[in-house]
Write a new protein. Structure first.
Length: 220
């Protein structure tokens, strides 16, 4: 669509439709007795409509966004391979990219806050969350960037609701891993492919593992 200017920045509208595969293993042991269970499965994730404004100043580009998290993903309140969270939410934040044309290095960072509503299936409301995602990449060739990626997650306020029987239960986790991005043209429209793999660590009050994320973005 034609470029739209708002407050001197470029207005962008998007919808993310995620799908994923979850593989979860859990074990509980007391002395010589232990019980374990494993589940896995594919499913639709939570669809996210988004509005953003972006500006460019020399080698620095920055964006503010506001997006809604809709509870459309595969979900079951039992021990199931859940892809969605089954709760609505609002997420907002700021992202910035700085590119050094001489060294072909690119630095990306995005920090945001997620405000959650109650999961009506469990009477559980997750507290407000802070998330920071980052990436450092090198342009190997035109449109191809490889590097390292990571994220840091902190729950700022405690959980609540009748289902929060364990109390506030604030959680946290950090992650790091390799990533790549490839940009090309599909006709006259830019097509962006992203692939990243994260190994989590420093987890508290949540599962710790690894995950691989792939995304396809078509700009028009």
């Amino acid at each position: 669509m034609p470029e739209t200017k708002v407050l001197g920045g470029n207005l962008g509208l998007s919808v993310t439709v995620p799908a994923g595969h979850a593989h979860v293993e859990a074990a509980i042991g007391v002395g010589p007795i232990s019980v374990s269970r494993e589940v896995e499965g594919w499913g639709l994730g939570d669809i996210v409509p988004r509005a953003q404004l972006g500006w460019q100043s020399g080698e620095l580009a920055y964006t503010v966004w506001l997006q809604a998290i809709t509870p459309t993903g595969r979900y079951d309140p039992t021990f199931a391979p859940n892809i969605g969270f089954n709760r609505p939410g609002i997420d907002t934040g700021l992202a910035a990219t700085w590119t050094d044309k001489n060294t072909k290095l690119q630095f990306n960072g995005a920090a945001g806050f997620t405000f959650n509503f109650e999961n009506e299936a469990t009477d559980y409301r997750t507290g407000t969350e802070f998330h920071f995602e980052w990436a450092i990449g090198y342009e190997l060739s035109k449109g191809l960037i490889v590097g390292i990626v990571g994220y840091d997650y902190r729950q700022l306020t405690g959980d609540s609701g009748a289902g929060a029987v364990l109390g506030p239960f604030k959680s946290r986790v950090d992650a790091i891993g390799p990533g790549l991005s490839f940009t090309t043209l599909l006709g006259k429209m830019p097509l962006v492919l992203n692939l990243s793999h994260y190994q989590e660590f420093n987890a508290e009050h949540r599962f710790e593992g690894n995950e691989t994320l792939a995304s396809v973005t078509l700009r028009f």
